[in-house]
Design a protein around this ligand. Structure first.
Ligand SMILES: [Zn+2]
Length: 499
């Protein structure tokens, strides 16, 4: 092993690794599942070897296939495991079958009514100037964007840079289409809101990541519809605007038809593994997501199923508490009437009945994301570079009133190789533990990275190694919590945060 490491240091290439260990057919790069760094089990933790990341990754692939089936049934641009869609129903059935085959009891799909759901029917955006037309293939309306007038709009385009007040200085955007530019890591300039306040009729927010990804954004809460646009399309518009002589302008033609579809349903999917007592531990994961939705949240669902399978192999007498698994409907239909499953769990009667004896709730959400680098310094090529490691996650483990739970979780994450941000989030990472943590002892880890909510969030963006490490750590947390009485973790319900 030392020889390999020295070779890498001296020669600085993957080729050195393969040469030093004598593989003549070795891959020339560090990509692919076999190249991923796997964290070894700590001493005495061999039991957790049954939680196998490669096995869990197949569940990510199966859920991605559900989303692609929906796409291929006439939904080429707005697709995924979308709440209220046939993909939602297929996901619920898929998960119930997994719970049953794992050996859970009381497996059931609990239907829930939805308020009318936003489904864009069709849209198109073209930009024209000087005899040149660009079709913005990557344009994607923000969730709940208002429809454009029948027949669409044909208006002047305005370049508004980063969208700060300085960028709008001296520009009249009233009745026009505004283009603003941002990317993950840039400060939030509230560009879309600013453009709306200044009277734009359509707003295009370009995500300047390499390539031309579609990105499905949460609601912009603007009067004018907002669209996200991929980097290649956005830069082409900018350069077209720059190419024109003074006095000439770029025209934007755009259409957007939207339907609010009534009478749809979603579901909570339940399964139980009875323990030695009626005290409970909840494992939850949201089933919904956009596009293949592999990281967000097929990975989380896979982790939850992995825990179900693992504990089903352990005799009931050795499981101190009853494990309850819930596939949540999710929250990507954000806004009024969203997250009906979480709302149902928060109804006082349900909450009192379900969570009175709960020692722990783990929300499995985005537990494994490939570590990527955008335009790394001194490397040629305007691309997202992949690594062979999973990202550090945001985390929450019980909050400041539960130091024992925080200590248990941190020990498990460290021993099982789950990298974390240095400080916990003051409240759970954005996601479904937000609906549970005030009245149950909650644990969540999560990351939201370059491919999050994009049409490139493929199963390959979810490393099996991260799935394995995080899921094993969750199991260790469950086991350590089970050595302590309820009183170690239970606290009075926290008030709803004011912001
Ligand atoms: Zn999520």
């Amino acid at each position: 092993m030392r020889k390999v490491l020295i070779s890498v240091l001296m020669l600085g290439s993957a080729w050195a690794v393969t040469t030093a260990i004598g593989h003549t057919q070795a891959p020339a790069t560090m990509s692919g599942p076999d190249a991923l760094l796997e964290w070894p089990l700590p001493p005495g933790a061999q039991a957790y070897a049954k939680i196998d990341g490669r096995h869990l990754h197949r569940y990510v692939e199966e859920q991605a296939a559900i989303a692609r089936r929906y796409r291929d049934q006439g939904h080429p641009k707005f697709w995924g495991r979308i709440i209220g869609s046939s993909a939602d129903a297929e996901s619920a059935g898929w998960l119930a079958a997994k719970f049953t085959s794992s050996g859970l009891t009381d497996v059931r799909v609990q239907p829930l009514d939805l308020s009318p759901q936003w489904f864009p029917q069709q849209w198109a955006v073209t930009v024209t100037a000087g005899g040149k037309t660009i079709v913005l293939e990557s344009a994607q309306p923000d969730y709940r964007a208002a429809a454009l007038p029948a027949g669409g709009i044909d208006v002047e385009a305005v370049y508004a840079g980063l969208g700060s007040e300085a960028d709008f200085s001296g520009k009249d955007v009233k009745g026009k289409a505004v283009f603003t530019y941002t990317m993950l890591g840039a400060p939030n300039e509230n560009a879309v809101k600013r453009a709306d306040d200044k009277g734009a009729v359509a707003i295009f927010e370009v995500d300047m990541q390499p390539g031309n990804m579609r990105y499905q954004a949460y609601p912009s809460n603007t009067k004018a519809p907002a669209f996200t646009v991929g980097g290649d399309d956005g830069l082409a518009v900018r350069d077209l605007i720059a190419s024109l002589p003074p006095g000439q302008s770029v025209r934007v033609k755009a259409t957007l038809d939207v339907q609010m579809v009534p009478n749809l349903k979603t579901a909570l999917v339940w399964g139980t593994l009875p323990g030695a007592t009626d005290e409970t531990i909840y494992i939850v994961a949201h089933r919904d997501g956009w596009f293949e939705a592999s990281g967000d949240n097929a990975g989380g669902v896979a982790s939850m199923v992995g825990l179900a399978e693992y504990y089903a192999t352990i005799p009931r007498a050795q499981r101190r508490r009853t494990l309850v698994f819930i596939g949540l409907d999710g929250h990507h239909n954000t806004g009024p009437g969203s997250a009906v499953g979480g709302v149902w769990l928060n109804e006082p009667a349900n909450k009192a009945k379900l969570f009175a004896k709960t020692a722990l709730s783990i929300n499995c959400e985005h537990p494994s994301t490939i570590q990527t680098y955008v335009r790394p310094r001194y490397l040629a090529g305007d691309v997202v570079r992949w690594s062979n490691m999973y990202t550090a996650q945001q985390w929450y483990a019980g909050g400041p009133t539960r130091p024992e739970l925080t200590a248990i979780a941190l020990k498990a994450f460290k021993e099982f190789g789950v990298p974390l941000l240095s400080e916990p989030n003051p409240r759970p990472p954005a996601g479904d533990l937000g609906r549970l943590y005030r009245f149950t002892p909650g644990v969540a880890t999560s990351e939201f990275f370059h491919y999050f909510h994009t049409d490139r969030e493929t199963p390959e963006t979810v490393p099996w190694t991260g799935l394995q490490a995080t899921t094993r750590a969750y199991a260790k947390i469950i086991d350590d919590v089970n050595t302590q009485p309820l009183s170690t973790f239970q606290r009075p319900e926290e008030s709803v945060p004011t912001r």
